[in-house]
Ligand binder design. Structure first.
Ligand code: ADP
Length: 499
């Protein structure tokens, strides 16, 4: 009984509040309705009080009139509120202050009436502030709602178990489902089977990192039954009381991903097709070189030598592009063997020192045990780091290569005194196609692939690669390699399995 009474009372209060404190609604009501309402309410309350006067008595003359003023102000605004105040003061003085039905009353009674009027005026000004604030809040909410609803990106809120709590209508454009259809689903059920494990791991990371935005590219089942590529950013706002969920912002990027894939396939095919003719041109160039040398035709031999240098550059470029397509397609093969690390460093350093007349390479190597890994690929990394050190220190100087052994790893650093790299570029130089732009950077040939490939090679052999540098003073590119990366990978896999 009490429960249902409370329920009805609360819904009544809600309705009254909605009609009372909305600044917009007040503006739409005509003047005669607003003023008429306050007079009718006042008359009704006066008649009610007169009817029950014997029970109420004379002690509380202003009883209920404060409520009349509040409701009149909420419904009609400041004008009807002031009218209700004046009329309430007059009616109270006449009907409910002793002597009844006259306007003769004592000084104390006049003070009471004055205090009542003052109280009403304060309430009217307060109600104005409440109305203005509520209308501002309503406007802001409407604006944000419109922004979310009309955003090209889909905005969704999910709970810990990936159940969808809210979703914006743009989901129809991105995935083909209506909001109602989408809300009945569990986000994880739509993930591509190959990516379920990775997504669950990612979702776990999001749950572990409150407030942090995390990005992922994955496939989602479209209503048509086909999988589409979705780019999502998830932010865990479970602890934020106003959201209480994980906010995901996602869009369908299938067109872009397909285009990128086509571009990569094209580069892969084109470089593969280029490799064979260029390699045979190089073979013919070497035959020619030998022949001209034999004939003593020094001028022709010099020209073929120059041609050979250019061909080497072209082959290196093709090799880089092929490596990139292999990395992207997860096809970068490693050919492991046990090798002598210091010998490899010396071999590469000597070979590259021959290509420059202005640089001296200083080796500071410690004794390193045999390394198990891909010697060729590590040679490729060393070649890249040393040739970069030569290329990006045009004013010549020394290049120092230092190796140290820490626990079961070897650390090697290639240090130059060249251009250096500013802090904001340092992490990015390992990204694909990233080159430091600027007046100096632009004048060096290159595609921005060497460090990207090096990073991938080192990562595959459980090592780390980084740069320490200061703009204008030089750079030190360092990497570490475990003596036997299989041990580290086994430990990691073992841990993962345990988890
Ligand atoms: P590329 O040299 O072909 O541009 P890399 O991936 O090897 O590509 O290098 C990426 C970028 O990093 C270079 O464009 C250059 O701006 C910067 N960089 C690499 N090595 C050095 C170095 N030793 N000193 C200064 N800048 C370097």
């Amino acid at each position: 009984m009490l429960k249902s009474f409370l329920k009805y009372y609360l819904s009544f209060v809600k309705v009254v509040n909605r009609y009372l404190w909305s600044g917009e609604a007040v503006k739409t009501r005509p003047g005669y309705v607003r003023y008429g309402f306050s007079i009718i309410l006042l008359t009704f309350i006066t008649l009610l009080k007169l009817q029950y006067f014997d029970y109420i008595g004379e002690k509380t003359p202003f009883l209920l009139y404060l409520g009349v003023v509040i409701i009149a102000t909420g419904f009609g605004g400041i004008g009807p509120g002031i009218l209700a105040t004046i009329l309430s003061a007059v009616v109270c003085s006449y009907f409910f202050i002793h002597p009844l039905r006259t306007f003769h009353f004592s000084f104390t009674d006049s003070v009471q009436v004055f205090v009542f009027v003052l109280e009403c005026l304060l309430l009217i000004s307060l109600s104005g502030a409440v109305t203005r604030a509520s209308s501002r809040v309503r406007k802001t909410a409407i604006r944000f709602h419109a922004l979310v609803e009309n955003s090209a990106d889909v905005i969704a809120v999910t709970d810990v178990s990936a159940k969808i709590l809210y979703c914006s209508p743009s989901v129809k454009k991105a995935l083909g489902y209506t909001v109602d259809e989408f809300r009945k689903m569990n986000g994880l059920d739509l993930i591509h089977p190959d990516e379920k494990g990775a997504i669950q791991k990612f979702y776990g990371e999001v749950l572990q990192s409150p407030g942090e935005a995390k990005y992922i590219l994955h496939r989602y089942l479209h209503k048509t039954g086909k999988y589409v590529w979705i780019e999502s950013t998830l932010t865990n706002l479970i602890d934020d009381a106003s959201v209480g969920g994980i906010v995901s912002n996602f869009k369908n990027v299938t067109e872009r991903v397909v285009l990128e894939k086509q571009k990569e396939d094209f580069i892969g095919i084109a470089t593969h097709e280029l490799k064979t003719p260029v390699t045979s041109i190089k073979a013919y160039a070497q035959i020619l070189l030998r022949r001209f040398d034999k004939e003593g035709n020094a001028a022709a031999a010099k020209m073929v030598e120059k041609m050979d240098v250019q061909l080497n550059k072209l082959i290196a470029l093709i090799g880089d592009l092929l490596d990139v397509t292999k990395i992207e397609g997860g096809r970068l093969q490693l050919h492991e063997e046990e090798y002598n690390f210091n010998d490899l460093v010396k071999e590469v350093a000597e070979e590259l020192e021959r290509t420059t007349e202005d640089h001296t390479i200083i080796l500071k190597l410690t004794q390193v045990p045999k390394i198990y890994g891909d010697k060729e690929r590590i040679g490729q990394v060393l070649t890249n780091l040393i040739s970069n050190a030569i290329k990006y220190s045009p004013a010549a100087g020394e290049i120092t290569i230092t190796s140290t052994v820490i626990n079961s790893e070897v650390k090697i650093c290639v240090e130059d005194r060249g251009l250096g790299i500013s802090k904001d570029h340092q992490a990015k130089v390992f990204e694909r196609f990233y080159r430091v732009s600027g007046p100096e950077g632009d004048s060096f040939p290159g595609l921005g692939l060497g460090l990207y490939i090096s990073h991938e090679i080192i990562k595959r052999q459980s090592g780390r690669i980084w740069v320490e540098s200061e703009k204008g003073k030089g750079s030190a590119f360092c990497f570490t390699l475990p003596f036997d990366y299989r041990i580290i990978q086994n430990v990691t896999t073992g841990n993962e399995q345990k988890n």
